[in-house]
Each structure stands twice: as structure tokens, then as C-alpha cells.
Design a protein around this ligand. Structure first.
Ligand code: PGA
Length: 258
């Protein structure tokens, strides 16, 4: 039977102090009823990860890293490896547009991170998406095809069941408040289909149907269910709206009741 599990993943980006993160955990533990068939993942900065891993109700929540390095250890000043993180996180974001654009992350960096995560047992959440000019020029499908193919270059067909892909149109990502440009349901449906087809072409039908695809970009309590109900969408990657425990809990509780 097809896996019906849905995913709601919080990407806190560079927000929240250690104290704020721990307080959030206390509050969200109380606010959220045990989600059925929904995997809730919080990706804080590295700073509070170990504390959060101790405090969080592991039956309700999982943790994720926003970034990591592909080598296990060595002379890489300032980096933290997937290998070092694997005891604290179950998920890891890879290739978020912030990293591609602001930190010049290349296709090769991204492919290496995907492979490193799978190797150590972290589920990578690959972020792909076009910018506004690319959409206006009709290049969305090509961009998605190229980003997906490049990122998966070091993976096998079996590995695909251990990864997730998030479609995040860059122009729809909010400035941090969860309210930005709305990507229409048709756009999201088409993009998600392109992502699935690309994986199908590369790895076959079985890999295509096991693939989990999320949507990310200005999702909030008002539009979350709408996005989650789009054909082919298995969940959400939530930025701004995940920083407030009430709005994040609202998204989770709405999805749980639907
Ligand atoms: P947003 O961010 O929900 O604030 O638009 C999403 C993301 O960048 O992952």
C-alpha cells in the first residue's frame, strides 16, 4: 500500500536564541496533539540542537539540520558534518535557495551533501525552485529538471525512498513573516509533476512513486491545507510561520484534523 505519510517541516533559518528555542519546544509539546500519519520536523540552527534533542517529545517531533558538510571530519574550519549530526537529527535540508544564492553552493556541493546524508542515515530534504525571471522566461521545468538531476547524481534508485524534495519557488519565499507571493495551485501541481517525472526518468517508476515531494513558500495557517491537498504534494516546508509556536501548531493541528 502506498505510504500516506505527510510531512510538515519547520525551517527556522538564522532565528531564535538558545533560550527561545528551548521555550518553543516546551510550548509546542503542549500545543500539538499527537499527529497521526504526519511527520513533524523542526530545523533550528546548530546552536540549540543538542538541548532540543533532549527536551523534545520524540514521538511527536523530529529534528533536522539546516545545513551540513559532506566529509565526516577534517580540516574544514567552521563546518559541521552530517556524520557529527546524525545522533541528533533525522533530517537535513540541502540546497535551500539561501545557500545556493547567498553562500554560492554549487550543484556539486549539493550532490555531495545528498550522498553524505543518505550514507550516514539522515533523510535529506532537497530544495529546488526557479527565480522570478526564470519563471517569466518559461524556464521553470528546465530549471527543476536540471536541479533535481544534478542533486541526485551520486544516488542510486534505492536511495530515493530515503530522500524528500521540496519545491520552493524562490519568488514565493517570504521575507520571514510567512506572507509573500502566492504560488497558485496549478503552478505547484505542474512543478511537482515535473519533479516526479524527472525522478521517474532517472530512476524508474518505483522510485518515482516512493518519492515524497513538499511545497514551500509563504505557507501559513490560512493556506497550509490548500497546499497540502494539491495532487502530488506530501507536505510543507514552512519558514516564517514556523517561528511562532501558535501559528506552527495551527498548521499542524489543521493538517491533523483534515
Ligand atoms: P517561508 O520560507 O515559508 O517564510 O516563505 C520557506 C523556506 O524558505 O523554506
Amino acid at each position: 500500500m502506498a505510504d500516506k505519510k505527510k510531512y510538515i517541516i519547520a525551517n527556522w533559518k538564522m532565528n531564535m536564541t538558545l533560550d527561545e528555542s528551548v521555550l518553543f519546544v516546551d510550548r509546542i509539546n503542549k500545543e500539538v496533539v499527537s499527529p497521526k500519519d504526519i511527520e513533524i520536523v523542526i530545523c533550528p540552527t546548530f546552536l540549540p540542537l543538542t538541548q532540543m534533542a533532549k527536551k523534545i517529545d520524540q514521538k511527536k517531533f523530529k529534528l533536522g539540520a539546516q545545513n551540513f558538510y559532506h566529509a565526516d571530519h577534517g580540516t574544514y574550519t567552521g563546518e559541521v558534518s552530517a556524520f557529527q549530526l546524525k545522533d541528533f537529527v533525522q533530517y537535513g535540508l540541502v540546497g535551500h535557495s539561501d545557500r545556493r544564492q547567498k553562500f554560492s553552493e554549487s550543484d556539486q556541493d549539493i550532490a555531495r551533501k545528498m550522498a553524505a546524508a543518505v550514507r550516514v542515515g539522515i533523510k535529506p530534504v532537497l530544495c529546488v525552485g526557479e527565480d522570478l525571471l526564470q519563471r517569466q522566461d518559461g524556464l521553470t521545468n528546465i530549471i527543476l529538471h536540471d536541479q533535481v538531476s544534478a542533486a541526485l547524481a551520486m544516488l542510486t534508485a534505492e536511495d530515493i525512498s530515503s530522500i524528500l524534495i521540496a519545491y520552493e519557488p524562490i519568488w514565493a519565499i517570504s521575507n520571514g513573516d510567512g506572507h509573500g507571493e502566492d504560488a497558485g495551485p496549478d503552478m505547484v501541481k505542474k512543478a511537482v509533476l515535473t519533479i516526479r517525472k524527472t525522478v521517474g526518468e532517472l530512476y524508474g517508476k518505483k522510485a518515482e512513486s516512493s518519492l515524497k515531494v513538499l511545497y514551500g513558500g509563504s505557507s501559513n495557517p490560512d493556506n497550509a491545507l490548500g497546499y497540502m491537498n494539491i495532487t502530488g504534494v506530501d507536505g510543507l516546508l514552512v519558514g516564517g510561520a514556523s517561528l511562532n509556536y501558535k501559528s506552527f501548531a495551527d498548521i499542524i493541528n489543521k493538517a491533523t484534523k483534515s
